[in-house]
Design a protein around this ligand. Structure first.
Ligand code: GLN
Length: 303
């Protein structure tokens, strides 16, 4: 298969929508992003990497990091995790508070903010340094020591993070955080503020395409946990647009308000597309269009 040609075509297909949507200005440090910027990368399980556009430019990983915190918490053997967080789509925006009250502080799934706060708390308990664990993992799997945490983005979010603080306090009220709220928020903002490129994230994502095996061949997740993480990505990874994403792209995927979307093709590889212009659900319009075009023109889909 001519991957480079498919990527070129995917970028061309996305071009008419590039620049549409809004950047995530509720985090002031992200407000200056160019909504029309675009990059896309593909990494195969065999180690081939291809890219198009600004595919080696770093951007803010944001909620794509929630996939890595979940995998690491499961890898460190938190057998209790699924008692503290559900695995049903929420049908609500990623930062919504409303279900938490009726559902007694048990977030619907690990990919909305409430659920990711619980997973970050679990990882903090397991490792003593959640942000360090996620950063080390990204550097190791991408082979890129320049993957880093952008402290200015983390600080910017912390200073405007009233919703996340409210979510964390609410969860703590129900006894579902084991570390201090301030600690959980600090580590959550830090892993969201990682700066990495499409190339880096596509390479990192291949552990799920390899059914749980890391780049060095060691096992991170059991085959069945890798299957489960992919399944939850498919149903919950793009929030209340997960149905639309499954319909258009047909892959498990995780989006972030930095404009990145990482999608997994089990057994084959991973794709990461990036463009900062977001739709109303907080998913990148350009990235979604490019992934849609790529999977429509290739046989890279689970369906
Ligand atoms: N750090 C962002 C937040 O908590 C992540 C949201 C996202 O990427 N969807 O709001």
């Amino acid at each position: 298969m001519n991957y480079q040609q498919l990527l070129d075509e995917a970028m061309e297909a996305a071009r008419p929508v590039l620049g549409r949507g809004r950047v995530a200005d509720y985090i002031p440090a992200l407000a200056s992003a160019d909504p029309g910027a675009f990059g896309m990368a593909l990494a195969t399980v065999a180690g081939e990497v291809h890219g198009v556009g600004e595919w080696v430019r770093q951007f803010s990983v944001q909620s794509v990091s929630k996939l890595f915190t979940l995998a690491l918490a499961l890898a460190h053997g938190d057998g209790e995790l699924w008692k503290r967080v559900g695995r049903e789509p929420s049908g609500n925006p990623f930062n919504s508070l409303i279900q938490l009250e009726t559902e007694h502080g048990i977030p619907r799934n690990p990919f909305i903010n409430a659920g990711a706060l619980v997973v970050t708390d679990a990882l903090q308990t397991l490792t003593g340094d959640a942000r360090g664990a996620v950063l080390d993992f990204l550097r190791a799997e991408s082979g890129n020591p320049r993957v880093s945490i952008d402290d200015s983005v983390a600080d910017s979010e912390a200073h405007h993070g009233h919703r996340n603080a409210a979510l964390a306090h609410f969860i703590a009220h129900f006894g579902n955080l084991h570390n201090p709220v301030e600690t959980v928020l600090e580590h959550y903002y830090a892993h969201c503020a990682m700066a990495a490129s499409c190339r880096d994230l596509a390479l990192v994502g291949t552990f799920l395409a390899r059914h749980g095996l890391r780049a060095d061949g060691t096992r991170l997740l059991s085959r069945s946990d890798a299957k489960r993480v992919n399944a939850v990505l498919l149903t919950c990874g793009t929030y209340d647009a997960a149905g639309e994403f499954a319909y258009r792209v047909g892959l498990p995927g995780k989006s972030g308000v930095g404009g990145g979307i990482l999608a997994i093709v089990p057994g084959r590889g991973a794709l990461c597309a990036w463009s900062p212009g977001l739709d109303a659900a907080g998913n990148s319009i350009g990235a979604m269009a490019a992934l849609d075009a790529f999977t429509t023109r290739s046989d890279w889909s689970v369906f």
